[in-house]
Design a protein around this ligand. Structure first.
Ligand code: NAP
Ligand code: ZN
Length: 356
């Protein structure tokens, strides 16, 4: 095992502090990545503060699943990556590889339930009780879960594609967003701003829903055809029964009915936001009277993540980021809660080495 610097939450009630963790030795199929950038997802905050009852946090907790960096050591059986390659790791680092879902490269839905998430999953290598994420100088990952970052993408701005990007790309593709389809994206945060960019790039008519009047201009700049302030009933009403697909990225529990009312016949409301408390149950008649569907979606598989990175490279799509030193992470969590970031914090991991 080798020691690595990291930032960890010691408990649900304390801020993150600097610490040392262990990383496993590089096995035959492993790649050691020198992490240069790591995006800050709202899931990091939910986990650091133990907000998900269904998935209790084991401490210390090292969050971070939007990891971008350079290949360091490679295992002796690794043939597809070389030292110095620009690579990335998202929300998963392993799965059974054999079940029907894994065979389809939908590893996040592993039928054997063995998806190993990048942090706070039982560590199959027993390096620690749970996996430790990307708020760290390095990570060792099986090559099957390592993505290649196209050279023309700025590495820091590409990091958020590994969670925020793929979490929107996957449902957009699954529910066939494209020309002739009308898509709504709810919430302009890290996930939402990628949703607007990707839906627009896929050719769908794209409408952003936000609580904030002040985000209208940004919504249009990011590629929305219209921006609706969700608290304004008249504005909402003009889109009644018109959407094929609406994706909610909202990180808090909220009333789903106003969005279900905007679905066209056979439309689908997909929930990707994962709030601490459940949403109030929607009105059944709203769904019945339009043969509507209420669905969920988790990140995206490895093959689809690579497809998304290549799509973003072709279209010149990256995340709008604010680069921070890791020492500002606790402040960044508070600012994220207030919506005070445009639109994703990314940690410059050099700050960890510099110790500033
Ligand atoms: P974020 O940057 O904080 O954005 C969340 C957005 O939700 C906010 O910008 C805000 O948009 C809106 N919002 C917040 N509170 C709201 C409320 N009470 N009512 C209505 N809208 C509200 O968070 P994120 O990183 O994008 O993550 C969003 C959620 O997705 C989190 O719960 C996260 O854990 C989850 N997530 C899920 C997956 C998955 O695979 N399913 C993957 C990654 C993250 P406006 O200000 O524009 O209204
Ligand atoms: Zn995430």
């Amino acid at each position: 095992m080798t020691s690595a610097r990291a930032f960890a939450a010691p408990s649900a009630k304390e801020g993150l502090i600097e610490t040392h963790i262990q990383r496993r030795e590089v096995g035959p199929h492993d790649i050691e990545i020198e992490i240069q950038f790591c995006g800050v997802c709202h899931s990091d905050l939910h986990t650091a503060r133990n907000e998900w009852e269904v998935w209790p946090t084991v401490y210390p907790c090292v969050p971070g699943h939007e990891i971008a960096g350079q290949v360091g050591k490679v295992g002796n059986q690794v043939s597809s990556f070389r030292e110095g390659d620009l690579v990335a790791v998202g929300c998963m680092v392993d799965s059974c590889g054999e079940c029907a879902s894994c065979q389809e490269s939908l590893e996040q839905y592993c039928d054997a339930g063995t998806t190993v998430f990048t942090y706070n999953s039982p560590d199959p290598h027993n390096t620690a009780p749970v996996t430790y994420g990307g708020y760290s100088e390095k990570i060792v990952v099986n090559e099957r879960f390592v993505l290649r970052v196209p050279k023309d993408l700025d590495l820091a701005s590409a990091a958020p594609l590994l969670c925020a990007g793929i979490t929107l790309y996957s449902p957009l593709r699954h529910w066939q967003a494209g020309p002739g389809k009308k898509v709504g994206i709810v919430g302009l945060g890290g996930l939402g701003h990628m949703g607007v960019k990707l839906s627009h790039a896929l050719g769908a008519e794209t409408v952003l829903f936000t609580r904030s009047d002040s985000k209208k201009e940004d919504g249009m700049r990011l590629g929305a055809d219209a921006v609706v302030v969700s608290g304004n009933e008249d504005e909402m009403q003009t889109h009644s029964r018109s959407f094929d697909l609406i994706i909610s990225t909202v990180a808090n529990s909220h009333n789903l009915d106003p969005y279900i009312s905007l679905l066209n016949r056979d439309g689908t409301l997909v929930l990707v936001g994962a709030p601490e408390h459940p949403h109030p149950s929607p009105t059944v008649f709203n769904l019945i009277l339009r043969r509507g569907s209420l669905a969920g979606s988790a990140i995206g598989g490895i093959a689809e993540t690579q497809e998304m990175l290549d799509f973003c490279s072709e279209r010149g799509i990256v995340s709008d980021i604010e680069l921070i030193p890791i020492q500002k992470i606790n402040e960044a969590y508070e600012r994220m809660l207030k919506g005070d970031v445009k639109y994703r914090f990314v940690i410059d991991m050099r700050s960890l080495k510099a110790g500033k």
